[in-house]
Design a protein around this ligand. Structure first.
Ligand code: SF4
Length: 257
């Protein structure tokens, strides 16, 4: 998943430094976004070759209160009471936010106490097979899930998943979520030429994305250094070819170059 909605700049304001809040950044997609990191640094179900945070040091599919809701809510209330100029609160960060079982409590608190801010969830989609996770995500105004591979081979090569999660589980979870979700669903696909842009993979993407029917499909590629040196940015021409192939889906290219 991309991190356009967050930067990893910790916030110092009101005489303190916040541990779980980042940014705010002017997102290309959603306005001024305050990032909320729901897990300790680099706790993720995946170890993506393009991750801007570096290698995953805690590869896990354990859904638990990695950071208790009370700790995050205290920071949110303290920071938002300073009346910062932000448009959206984005749950993302240095790992997979849905790993935190307290995510629903934090989202509910934002909706109750700070209803003027839209809520955004950026997820790698790996835990959407879990109904409790789907129920947590469904109340967000925007959900930006990633889907980088449909074949198990490309999934392992690009996303380096924890052993308990397969590409088929990700696809099934995303389809189940999309069937019930009524907010803004923008699916991001990170293209790595020669890995997930084969004819076979793209045909499978098209079939699944058509079933998901998101408001947008966002094609991304490397624009900042990732974890692995062999990952190169996809060319603009290639991304445009893929966008045409996926038509009539509403595809936009969000890679900067
Ligand atoms: S899903 Fe991939 S890109 Fe996102 S934090 Fe995990 S390893 Fe990084």
């Amino acid at each position: 998943m991309s991190f356009d909605e967050t930067s990893y700049q910790k916030i110092s304001a009101g005489g303190r430094t916040f541990r779980h809040l980042f940014g705010p950044v002017n997102s290309r997609r959603l306005g001024v976004s305050l990032g909320v990191d729901m897990v300790p640094f680099k706790t993720c179900t995946l170890d993506c070759v393009y991750c801007e945070c570096g290698a995953t040091n805690r590869l896990s599919s354990d859904i638990k209160p990695w950071i208790p809701a009370a700790e995050i809510i205290e920071e949110l209330d303290a920071y938002l009471s300073l009346d910062p100029h932000i448009d959206v609160i984005t749950f993302a960060g240095s790992g997979e936010p849905t790993l935190n079982s307290d995510l629903p409590k934090v989202i509910a608190h934002v909706k109750d106490r700070w209803p003027s801010f839209k809520t955004v969830l950026i997820t790698n989609s790996t835990l959407l097979f879990n109904e409790t996770v789907r129920d947590a995500a469904i109340v967000c105004d925007y959900v930006l899930p990633s889907l980088d591979a449909v074949s198990e081979d490309a999934f392992v090569r690009i996303n380096g998943p924890v052993k308990s999660i397969s590409a088929a589980m990700v696809v099934d979870g995303l389809i189940s979520f999309a069937q019930k979700y009524h907010g803004h669903l923008w699916v991001e696909v990170f293209i790595i030429e020669g890995v997930n842009d084969t004819d076979e993979e793209l045909s499978a993407f098209k079939k699944i994305l058509t079933e998901i029917n998101p408001a947008r499909v966002q094609l991304n590629s490397l624009d900042r250094p990732g974890t692995c040196a062999w990952v190169k940015p996809a060319s603009r021409n290639r991304l445009e070819d893929i966008a045409s192939f996926l038509s009539p889906l509403n595809v936009e290219i969000i890679a900067r170059k």
